[in-house]
Write a protein that binds this ligand. Structure first.
Ligand code: ASP
Length: 438
């Protein structure tokens, strides 16, 4: 049995958190591969080390000294080391890093990656595990994607039969330069390590006890989702839930490795289990897995008499949007009307060009733009094939006086998506949660 365990920034924030991690590791001998983030915030006004590193790089680019910021980074790691009473040499490396920074001789990616690097050095010393540098096994291709075959083979060799600590977030380009993933990318490193080593499970330890059924800023004390499928998670994240870095699922899913989100501060909680599928539902009466959504969409509504008999109109509309590099989220349509739903921020800079081009190419009777639209998604694998679900949802929303502006359901029946006015967004989520998720 092998478990790859990844600890996020808040789990690495100070020596107290390191101690919790050690207890978690000691609790289960299968937890042999540990992937770590840079130190995160210890309290709400605190700074993440990664943010400070980016800040330092920006300073150096403008020729402004960043001594104070760099000292904050340095002392953070030195404090953790002192508190844990371990001896591991990081001072010379930190000083060398500062010299390179002062000479503008370090790339932004390499500097940003050092947060994870020093975290892993300290954690390896503290646990007595071997340090495996991600520059020695996460290999990027020239196009910026990970060369999985080469990377997996390298990690297999480096970690064979040993307990290791690995820094998240970065790897090496073919030219030898360090490259980071996008922010939050240590999740991906953990997923790659799990896939490389054919782990039995990938545990992603954070500061919440799993994925919540709804945004806690909207719903008071929402329940945790005990089990969610990869497909549902994709829907939930796409529609707004902030869970894992979006590149995380792919490597583990390819190898059918379950992913378990756990809480470093509440290790007894089971968290959320993410898998391809589950045998029996935890709660057979519950058909909604989670409710999420996003505000600030626009609907462009195009009407033309006889539109339904025309060929190619939709393509023309989508081509206009493609030309402006605007991604379309939903395309609800009527008989002689078709609408496109897209993010307002993406549309605004090109709004008049887009409208004028649609006018010229489609020659519609009317084109209207509706702003301030929120999209809400009720996601759940148990909705499929069960008649009456959408009736129940919309009845509850109707009773609460919420006007539905758009409805969308895919044939896989994994979600029901609808548009409401921004003002009704929070209320719509609360109504669904209180009616069906509790
Ligand atoms: N430390 C990086 C960040 O703050 C990567 C990570 O924590 O996943 O984005």
């Amino acid at each position: 049995m092998l478990k790859v365990v990844k600890f996020g920034g808040s789990s690495m924030a100070d020596a107290g958190q390191y101690r919790k991690i050690r207890d978690i590791i000691l609790d289960d001998p299968a937890r042999q591969v540990v992937v770590v983030s840079a130190a995160g915030k210890r309290f709400s006004d605190d700074h993440k080390i990664t943010d400070l590193l980016y800040l330092c790089h920006a300073h150096s680019q403008y020729g402004v000294d960043c001594n104070r910021v760099f000292d904050m980074i340095k002392s953070r790691y030195q404090e953790i080391r002192a508190d844990l009473g371990i001896t591991v040499e990081i001072d010379d490396e930190l000083d060398a890093l500062k010299r390179r920074l002062d000479k503008k001789a370090i790339s932004q990616d390499e500097l940003a990656s050092r947060g994870e690097y020093f975290s892993a050095k300290l954690m390896a010393a503290y646990l007595g595990f071997k340090f495996v540098d991600s520059a020695d096994w996460v290999f990027f291709k020239m196009d910026g994607t990970v060369d999985k075959e080469k990377s997996y083979a390298a990690l297999k060799e480096l970690a064979a039969g040993e307990s290791v600590v690995i820094p998240g977030f970065y790897g090496k380009m073919p030219d030898g330069n360090i490259k980071t993933f996008t922010r939050g990318g240590s999740d991906i490193t953990g997923a790659l390590a799990a896939a490389a080593l054919d782990a039995d499970i990938y545990e992603n330890w954070t500061d919440v006890s799993g994925i919540l059924m709804a945004d806690p800023r909207i719903v008071e004390n929402p329940e945790t989702i005990p089990e969610v499928t990869y497909d549902e998670l994709r829907e939930l994240s796409y529609s707004g839930a902030q869970v894992l870095h979006e590149g995380t699922i792919f490597p583990v899913r390819e190898k059918s490795i379950p992913l378990n989100i756990r809480n470093t501060n509440a290790p007894a909680d089971a968290g959320t289990m993410i898998k391809e599928g589950f045998d029996t539902p935890v709660n057979p009466d519950r058909f909604i897995t989670g409710i999420t959504g996003k505000k600030n969409f626009s609907i462009i509504s195009i009407s033309k008499r006889g539109l339904s008999n025309e060929v190619g109109t939709l393509r023309k509309i989508l081509t206009v949007l493609e030309r402006h590099n605007i991604s379309v989220d939903y395309v609800p349509n009527g008989i002689d009307n078709v609408s496109v739903v897209l993010e307002t921020d993406a549309l605004t800079p090109n709004l008049y060009d887009v409208l004028q081009e649609i006018q010229a190419e489609v020659n519609p009777d009317t084109v209207d733009v509706h702003d301030q639209i929120a999209v809400v998604a009720a996601v759940g694998r148990h909705m499929a094939g069960r008649p009456g679900i959408s009736g129940k949802l919309f009845a509850a929303l109707g009773e609460a006086g919420i006007n539905i502006r758009m409805i969308n359901q895919g044939p896989d029946e994994l979600n029901i998506i609808f548009g409401v006015s921004n003002d009704d967004f929070a209320q719509a989520i609360r109504v669904l949660y209180n009616s069906f998720a509790k």
